[in-house]
Design a protein around this ligand. Structure first.
Ligand code: GH3
Ligand code: MG
Ligand code: MG
Ligand code: MG
Length: 308
């Protein structure tokens, strides 16, 4: 341990110094409380062993100062010839962790040091565990919003995001766009190619959607099953039309073979769009319902198309 040893008595200091050095500790030596505080700042010791009665600044005041400035707990052991219950109480209250009577019994001192080291080690472990826990917690918080298969936002995140954006667009009178996308004849795809290849197909579609809308306000989420939702804020109707169209075409351009589709020989997407400035009382589910209704129309009118 790096030990800060502070005592105004040269004899006491020398005896303890050689004792502690023999135990293999690294020593920093001070002669009064003021020096103790300065040396503490400079050396960040693992343990402070400090006389209580000293000139310039007594041990209690030094301990108080150290407790004020430390950002990590450092054990402090007081040594004193004054050993009444009041002295002990005042020393502990000032910030000391233990209090030993002078003349110091070396065996007792090294035992107390061992106890302090044990607490310090336990404390570091707890701090590390807390850090790991916080880190894991942050990670989990992100994970609960992510779809396990595709790695994009999930329904849970979409719902929260949409509620937030509906309120925000209402306040700022901006338009909000919800685009609902559904893979055409995906049941037939699964039946023919198998569920695992179906999963791969959904991953590719999610990836492709992510390349279309890159603006920071955009959200691409897996709404569920083979349905995806894209959200945008403040985009003009004409631009929405172009973006929705590129969503449709980017999936077709993946050219994932679909032998059982009645519309094309590749996997295609039907797209339903709803754009509006949310009014007072408009709910997120109003947006989802309207986009879903448009999607239904896209399906009814032949699939692989965009409907507003
Ligand atoms: P439509 O063109 O009308 O949308 O027809 P569809 O066959 O795509 O629609 P339907 O709702 O009948 O079928 C959707 C299919 O999507 C059924 C379901 O097994 C499949 N599906 C949903 N989630 C997953 C998934 O995570 N992985 C795989 N492989 N398939 C999924
Ligand atoms: Mg003294
Ligand atoms: Mg569907
Ligand atoms: Mg479908």
């Amino acid at each position: 341990m790096k030990v800060l040893l502070v005592d105004d008595s040269l004899v006491d200091r020398m005896i303890l110094e050689s004792f502690l050095q023999d135990l293999g500790h690294e020593l920093v030596i001070g002669e009064n409380g003021a020096q103790a505080v300065e040396l503490y700042k400079e050396h960040s010791p693992d343990l402070v062993i400090m006389d209580e009665v000293m000139p310039v600044m007594k041990g209690q005041d030094a301990a108080r100062k150290i407790r004020e400035i430390e950002d990590n707990w450092t054990p402090i052991i007081f040594l004193s010839a004054c050993f009444s219950a009041e002295d002990i109480a005042a020393g502990i209250e000032a910030g000391a962790d233990d209090y030993l009577a002078k003349p110091i019994d070396h065996k007792t001192l090294s035992a107390k040091m061992m106890a302090m080291q044990r607490i310090a080690t336990m404390r570091s472990k707890l701090i590390q565990i807390t850090r790991d826990y916080e880190e894991a917690n942050e990670h989990l918080k992100k994970l609960v919003d992510i779809d396990g298969l595709t790695g994009i936002a999930n329904r849970r995140y979409l719902d929260r995001y949409l509620a937030h954006e509906v309120a925000r667009c209402q306040r700022s009178a901006q338009s909000l766009t919800v685009i609902m996308c559904d893979v055409d004849h995906f049941k037939a795809y699964n039946d023919f190619y198998g569920h695992l290849q179906g999963d791969d197909c959904l991953k590719s579609v999610a990836n492709a959607l992510g390349t279309v809308s890159r603006r920071t306000t955009d959200l691409v989420a897996r709404y569920g099953g083979e349905e995806f939702a894209v959200m945008m804020v403040g985009v003009e109707q004409e631009d929405v039309r172009a973006i929705a169209e590129s969503i449709r075409s980017v999936v077709m351009d993946l050219a994932i073979p679909h032998a059982k589709s009645s519309i094309a020989d590749v996997v295609t997407l039907s797209v339903g769009v709803f754009v509006d400035v949310p009014k007072i009382g408009t709910t997120p589910s109003d947006f989802l319902k309207r986009a879903d209704a448009a999607l239904y129309q896209a399906k009814q009118s032949g699939r692989n198309r965009v409907h507003f």
